[in-house]
Structure formats: structure tokens, C-alpha cells
Design a protein around this ligand. Structure first.
Ligand code: NAD
Length: 489
């Protein structure tokens, strides 16, 4: 068993209680690491360290250009450790080694991008109409940022927050998921090696229901950047609102992948498969509702089944595996539960629908046809390899079904008609729309949700604003200071 420690104020420490919890390898169902079980006392120390670092000469006194240089060093180190960190993630969350390797090799780009942005944050000079008065704005770091992240892409979702927050000059307390904490703790060693001063980034591990409130309600935490489920998101949002704290919430989805009758069918089949079976459906952007024009429905489903049946299911640590296990036992039961619900609701299971016997938490890639959008299987986030196929007869109906959900994270549109591509994309209520592709993402492009899928955006130039606050400064260089009791009209 590997034994990990937390990083607080530049020290590698156990939890104040001395307790640990086990992290399980989903491919074997066996524990492989011991992670410190953080307590509210640990949270307090971590937040105080971050707050002290905010004002310290070593960080608060650095120029934005120097901060960028540190982020670049960190990016170089991350690039050199990407493959090893990918192996840790696969062991911890059961996602495919091929996917984690690609993700981790790409991740330094986020740091380079925000490193470049650090010294391009500029205030403004409004042309104030008052003679003798000069006004300018400064964009200042918002303060201590708490980054709370899930298990499905542990480092991607943590580092994308860190890149923007540190570029903005903030300091951080980071809390990874209790189901996949190891990679962030390993990454934290690189933060030290890059020369980022002690206390600027603190990593605290533990359970959301034990230390979440202590983090969010800590008076010295100014902002919470959260990626996770709706339940956690709502709790954080409500608690943060009590003290008027800023939040960025990246939540769940029930994304429609819409295939029109003029689509290139073979491309759309690949898009539908990667939309739902990549990462065993455990992604917020999963294209879990496949909306099919009734004119191509049967032909499309036939091709989809042929393609899906070829998926190699197995050990996520093998480069040949295409579908891996479900990450947590709780999630495994939830996915199987939704498969039962879909059957009871009258949807037709045309592929899979069962657990896979043996070691590990494996569920067969599953496809339901004859799904109505009002069914629970079409409305609730399953977070597993379960696809609901919903037919439609007109563009209008497709748009209506696509938007008939509480969520609004992403959508796919497959068509060769430019008119359709623009019209439908404009009318979809989602933060991301892909036309004739699915899952494309970049550090340069804003990502976030409409409706219950979240608040705020990550990535892209504007996202650094999520970590800044504006100060308006007024200078009198020549105006009379009037007698306050004599109002001149
Ligand atoms: P989760 O909400 O259970 O946990 C996410 C993190 O929040 C964990 O670190 C957890 O410990 C913490 N947490 C939970 N409750 C908390 C509370 N009350 N206060 C503070 N912290 C709390 O989510 P998960 O099961 O780890 O991940 C799956 C969910 O994440 C899915 O709903 C998925 O759609 C969503 N997700 C969204 C995105 C996105 O960018 N929109 C990306 C990946 C995953």
C-alpha cells in the first residue's frame, strides 16, 4: 500500500486526527493507497497558510511576469511526469490509460497558456467627465481560492483551476475527490519543485461531507471553484451565498447528441459511441441522449450496435482496452439501478444491460431504444455507459427535446446543412455545442454550463476574470474640493 501525505503550508503532513482512508483500484476492487482523512482543523491550517501567502513578499510581492515564469516551470515538470501521473490516475479511478495519458500530456498547455496571460491582465482608464479627476481600474486577485474537484478527470479539473487562479495571483486550498486523491498529491510535489512558495498551494484530502463545509464557510476563503455533482454544487452554492462568496460551478449534464437525416452516418455513429462510451460514460459531457431522425433511426441503430459490440472491455491499464470499469462501488450500483429503471419504464434494451461477472466494477455498454424524453433514464444523469435513443420527426421537435432538460452543459449536432448547423446550434441551451464532432475541448475555449449545469466558465482568456476583482481608483489632481454643505446645481 502506498502511503500519502497532505501538503499544508509547505509541509507534508498527516491529518490532525492521524486517520487515513483507503483508495480502491476499480479494476481489481482492491485498496492500493492510504490517504490522510483531513479534518476541519487541517482545513483551518491550510486556509490560514494560503491567506498568509497571499500577502507575503514571496508571492504577493512577485510581479505577474514572475508568476508566469513559475507556472511555466511547473508546466515543464508536469510534462516530464505526465505518463507516471497518468498511471496513478488509472490505478485510482479506473479510467483508460490511453485516455489519461493523452489528457496528462495535454495538461501542461493549460499552464503555459495561463502563464502567458498572467501579465496581460490590464485595468482600464475610463475617460471620466470630471475636470481635474483621474480614474483607473485595477484587477486584483480575489484572494484564497478553494478548488474542490471530482474523481473522473482528477488532475485536468484541478490544474485548469490552478493555472487560472495562480496566474491571477490568488493562493489556493485544493481538495481532490476522496475517490481519486493520489494524482493531485503527486502533482503537489512538482509545485514545490517548481519553486512556488510554501503556502501558495495547499492540498487537503478527505471526504466532502466531513470537511466540505469547513472549506466553503471558512472566513478567509474568498472563492470556491467546484466541479462535481448537483447535490454538492447546491450545498456549496447555498453556503457560499450566506457570506456573499463568489463561486464557479461546473456540474452535471444530460447532453443531447442530435443526428439529422442528412448527417454523414458513419461519422455520427463514431460521435455517438465516443459521446457515451468514452470513460465508460463517466464524463459530465457524455452524450447520453441520442436524438435520431426517425428517417434514419433503424439504419443508424444497426450501425451503432455493430460498432459498439466491437468495444474491448477490460483492464484500463492496458493500452488496448476501450471500455474500462466504473470508478466507485456506489456509482456501480447507481448505474445498474438506472438500467433497471429504464427497463421498468418500458425502454427496450438492445445492447448490454448487465454487470460483468468477475473482478472489478464492470458494466456492459448499454443502449436503450424507444426512450421518451420524460422518462427518468432521459432526464437524470446516470454517469455510466448507458445510452438512451430518442427518435424525432422534425428539426423543431429535435430542438424541443434537446432543451427539455434541467441541464445545459453540451450538445452534439450532426448535419451537412450549414443552415441547420447554425440554426440548431444557436437555439440549443448549452454552454458547448459541437457540430459534426463530439468532446473537442481546449484550454483556449470557454467551458461551462447553462441552467443546472453550472455557473461561470473555465478556460479561455476571460476565465481568468473568475479569479479577479475590480477596484476603481479615483485621483484628484486639480479639482476643487467643495464644501459638502454647499450643493452647486
Ligand atoms: P461529487 O459532487 O460527489 O464530488 C465532487 C467533489 O466535491 C469531491 O471532492 C467531494 O468530496 C466534494 N464534495 C461533495 N459534497 C460536498 C460539499 N457539500 N461541500 C464541499 N465539497 C463537497 O461529484 P463526483 O461524484 O466526484 O463527480 C461526478 C459529478 O461531477 C457528476 O455529476 C459530473 O457530471 C460532474 N462533473 C462535472 C464536470 C464539469 O466540468 N461540468 C466535469 C466532471 C464531472
Amino acid at each position: 500500500m502506498e502511503q500519502y501525505k497532505m501538503l499544508i503550508a509547505g509541509q507534508w503532513v498527516d491529518s490532525a486526527s492521524g486517520q487515513c482512508f483507503e483508495s480502491m483500484n476499480p479494476a481489481t476492487g482492491k485498496p492500493w493507497a492510504l490517504i490522510p482523512r483531513g479534518t476541519p482543523e487541517d482545513v483551518d491550517r491550510a486556509v490560514r497558510a494560503a491567506h498568509a501567502a497571499l500577502r507575503s513578499p514571496a508571492w504577493g510581492g512577485l510581479s505577474a511576469t514572475a508568476r508566469g515564469a513559475l507556472l511555466r516551470k511547473l508546466a515543464d515538470l508536469l510534462a516530464s511526469e505526465a505518463d507516471s501521473l497518468a498511471r496513478t490516475e488509472t490505478r485510482d479511478n479506473g479510467k483508460l490509460i490511453a485516455e489519461m495519458t493523452l489528457q496528462l500530456r495535454y495538461l501542461p498547455q493549460f499552464l503555459y497558456y495561463f502563464a502567458g496571460l498572467a501579465d496581460k491582465v490590464e485595468g482600464s482608464v475610463p475617460p471620466i467627465e470630471k475636470p481635474g479627476i483621474f480614474n483607473y481600474t485595477r484587477l486584483e486577485p480575489i484572494g484564497v481560492v478553494a478548488a474542490i474537484t471530482p474523481w473522473n478527470s482528477p488532475l485536468l479539473l484541478a490544474v485548469s483551476k490552478l493555472a487560472a487562479a495562480l496566474a491571477a495571483g490568488c493562493t489556493m486550498v485544493m481538495k481532490p475527490s476522496e475517490h481519486a486523491s493520489a494524482s493531485l498529491l503527486e502533482f503537489a510535489r512538482l509545485i514545490e519543485r517548481a519553486g512556488i512558495p510554501a503556502g501558495v498551494v495547499n492540498v487537503i484530502t478527505g471526504f466532502g461531507n466531513e470537511i466540505g463545509d469547513a472549506i466553503v464557510s471558512h472566513p478567509k476563503v474568498a472563492k470556491i471553484a467546484f466541479t462535481g455533482g448537483e447535490v454538492g454544487g447546491r450545498a456549496i452554492s447555498q453556503l457560499a451565498a450566506r457570506d456573499f462568496k463568489s463561486v464557479t460551478l461546473e456540474l452535471g449534464g444530460k447532453s443531447p447528441n442530435i443526428v439529422f437525416d442528412d448527417a454523414i452516418i458513419d461519422d455520427a455513429v463514431k460521435g455517438a459511441i465516443s459521446g457515451i462510451f468514452a470513460a465508460s460514460g463517466q464524463t459530465c459531457i457524455a452524450g447520453s441522449r441520442l436524438l435520431l431522425s426517425r428517417r434514419i433511426h433503424d439504419e443508424f441503430v444497426e450501425k451503432l450496435l455493430t460498432f459498439a459490440r466491437q468495444a474491448r472491455i477490460g483492464d484500463p491499464a492496458s493500452m488496448d482496452t476501450q471500455v474500462g470499469p466504473i470508478t466507485t462501488a456506489q456509482q456501480y450500483d447507481r448505474v445498474l439501478g438506472y438500467i433497471e429503471i429504464a427497463k421498468q419504464e418500458g425502454a427496450k434494451c438492445v445492447l448490454g444491460g448487465n454487470r460483468i461477472a468477475g473482478e472489478g466494477l464492470f458494466v456492459e455498454p448499454t443502449i436503450f431504444t424507444g426512450v421518451h424524453n420524460h422518462m427518468r433514464i432521459a432526464q437524470e444523469e446516470v454517469f455510466g455507459p448507458v445510452l438512451s435513443v430518442i427518435p424525432f420527426d422534425s428539426d423543431e421537435e429535435a430542438i424541443e427535446i434537446a432543451n427539455d432538460t434541467l441541464y445545459g452543459l453540451a450538445a452534439g449536432v450532426w448535419t451537412q446543412s450549414m443552415k441547420r448547423a447554425f440554426t440548431v446550434s444557436n437555439r440549443i441551451e448549452a454552454g458547448t455545442v459541437w457540430v459534426n464532432t463530439y468532446r473537442a475541448a481546449s484550454f483556449m475555449s470557454p467551458f461551462g454550463g447553462y441552467k443546472h449545469s453550472g455557473i461561470g466558465r473555465e478556460n479561455g482568456v476571460d476565465s481568468i476574470r473568475e479569479y479577479l476583482q475590480t477596484k476603481s481608483v479615483w485621483m484628484n489632481y486639480g479639482a476643487d474640493v467643495p464644501n459638502p454643505f454647499v450643493m452647486r446645481i
